[in-house]
Design a protein around this ligand. Structure first.
Ligand SMILES: Nc1ncnc2c1ncn2[C@@H]1O[C@H](COP(=O)(O)OP(=O)(O)O)[C@@H](O)[C@H]1O
Ligand SMILES: [Mg+2]
Length: 272
């Protein structure tokens, strides 16, 4: 679905590259999380997926089309929906359903089809009951879900989230994550950039970036086995992983699999 082949990117010739020699393949239906400290190149990578940025060297291929091919760019952008940090910057009208309809309206899609798409998109993010609400009455998490509904109304195959949860409170973050997991279960390919490590425990794969390079990659089980490498990249593992590791060092044989609080609790209860 997405392929980075030896991608290097420089914002300016004189600057050190923001991405260096990135090779990355993401399959259809995969849920991939990207983590890394500030300035490690996450947003730069995300912007390559829909051709907002083009590689200085190497190629990015999305659904079989190269982003450097100008003729394909529009088609690529229809396949890739992008959600960003600030929901207020992504909402353009004052009423929820009008906002979700905004994208399809701009594409000149006929009204009946727009109605169907808006209803479906709102249902997908669990916001059907809010269709006629004023956007400014919603919580941050609800606004971000409306922004995602607006993206879904354009029927993308890939959803890219660039720290979309960063401005939300814990409830909003939980709502958003649950929504993204649901879309993934329904077949969406997801690339999620996040600064919250605990959001990555349920993903198929985690990619750790540092200084414009991929320094660690694997399933959550694999990645959270390397807490030393995470620390070296200035990342703090989820609290559950720290607790697990501390208990292990005290002699408890806990599984790699226990990454969420629920999983860890399940493993610990019988030991108490
Ligand atoms: N528009 C820009 N012009 C020049 N340098 C930039 C620009 N945007 C980002 N950078 C630099 O590129 C590197 C990667 O940035 P970014 O992809 O935004 O990282 P992240 O999203 O992981 O915080 C950083 O060193 C950053 O300062
Ligand atoms: Mg960023």
């Amino acid at each position: 679905m997405i392929e980075f082949d030896h991608v290097t990117f420089q914002y300016e010739k004189a600057l050190t590259p923001a991405l260096t020699n990135i090779d990355l393949t993401i399959d259809k239906g995969e849920f991939v999380a990207i983590v890394g400290h500030n300035g490690s190149g996450k947003s730069t990578l995300a912007k390559h997926v829909n051709g907002l940025l083009l590689p200085t060297e190497g190629t990015v291929t999305v659904c079989g089309m190269q982003t450097s091919n100008e003729d394909d760019l529009l088609r690529i952008r229809q396949k890739v929906g992008m959600a960003f940090q600030n929901p207020d910057n992504q909402l353009v009208t004052t009423v929820v359903e009008e906002d979700v309809a905004f994208g399809p309206e701009n594409l000149g899609i006929e009204p009946n089809e727009i109605r169907t798409r808006v209803d479906k998109a709102l249902a997908s993010v669990g916001m059907s009951d809010y269709a006629t609400f004023a956007v400014h009455h919603l919580s941050g998490g609800q606004k971000q879900r409306i922004a995602i509904a607006g993206i879904l109304a354009l029927k993308p195959q890939i959803l890219v989230l660039d720290e979309a949860s960063a401005m939300l409170d814990p409830n909003g973050r939980a709502e958003l994550l649950e929504t993204v997991h649901k879309l993934h279960r329904e077949g969406m390919t997801v690339l999620m950039v996040t600064q919250y490590m605990e959001e990555t425990t349920g993903c198929d794969r985690i990619i750790v970036m540092n200084h414009g390079k991929i320094v660690l990659e694997g399933t959550p089980e694999e990645v959270f086995r390397h807490t030393d490498l995470l620390m070296e990249s200035n990342l703090v593992p989820p609290e559950t992983v720290s607790v697990r590791d501390a208990l292990r060092s005290m002699g408890y044989a806990l599984k790699d699999r226990s990454l969420t609080a629920e999983q860890l609790a399940e493993e610990l209860c019988p030991l108490l």
